[in-house]
Design a protein around this ligand. Structure first.
Ligand code: SF4
Length: 212
């Protein structure tokens, strides 16, 4: 796919040249057009030739300060409203997910491990990896039930190499709920409750322990 940069002059804009090749936080659209954000003014050139059905925003707010992040998110909402396009947002920022998404897919080691409406996912995650991601969000002044300042939770270990075949659940070496079955059988993605899917043999046990 050949990527193009919008030309503000060609589109009747008075703005300065967009960052184009040098600015990586971009919204990719269809093979026929490419929309580039100008982080200086946070305004987007009009989509010149088409009305895309899907916008793919790959880490659009990474490494930006919160003011620019907010502008980028506003811009995405505006594009969605103007074009009617669906947005596929790829991000590690769960705050952005909570603010922007309707439906969330959690990926681990190249596979979908959980999928749910955003509110259900944040309220009752059904996969230990999702649970770990949510627990690792920093909270100001977080204290335990005994009133002691708590350490930030981390997911121990590292992501497995995909160069070798993975037997069993890819998350097992890092999972506090892993059993012998997890080491040998890959858990299929199953609908645990209507609209909420997870790939985990111990999903119910994890949920039970979370509320205990
Ligand atoms: S299948 Fe087992 S190892 Fe994998 S996430 Fe669930 S409990 Fe953990």
């Amino acid at each position: 796919m050949q990527q193009k940069t919008c030309d503000p002059a060609a589109n009747g804009q008075n703005g300065k040249a967009v960052f184009g090749d040098t600015f990586k936080n971009q919204l990719s659209v269809t093979p026929k057009s490419f929309t580039v954000l100008n982080p200086t003014t946070c305004r987007c050139c009009p989509i010149p030739t088409c009305e895309p059905s899907v916008l793919i925003a790959d880490e659009p707010t990474t490494a930006l300060d919160v003011t620019i992040q907010a502008q980028i998110l506003d811009l995405m909402r505006e594009l969605k409203q103007r074009t009617g396009a669906a947005i596929v947002l790829i991000t590690h920022d769960l705050g952005v997910v909570a603010e922007m998404a309707q439906r969330v897919v959690v990926m681990y080691a190249g596979r979908k491990v959980e999928e749910a409406p955003v509110a259900a996912l944040f309220a009752r995650p059904r996969h230990p990896y999702t649970r770990g991601l949510l627990d690792s969000i920093p909270t100001l002044g977080a204290v335990s039930k005994r009133g002691v300042m708590t350490r930030l939770t981390e997911i121990a270990g590292t992501v497995p190499s995909l160069a070798e075949p993975i037997v069993g659940c890819a998350f097992a070496p890092r999972c506090a709920y892993a059993t012998a079955r997890c080491q040998n059988e890959y858990p299929p993605l199953e609908e645990k409750v209507p609209g909420h899917h997870a790939a985990c043999w111990e999903s119910e046990r994890m949920l039970a322990e979370a509320v205990a």
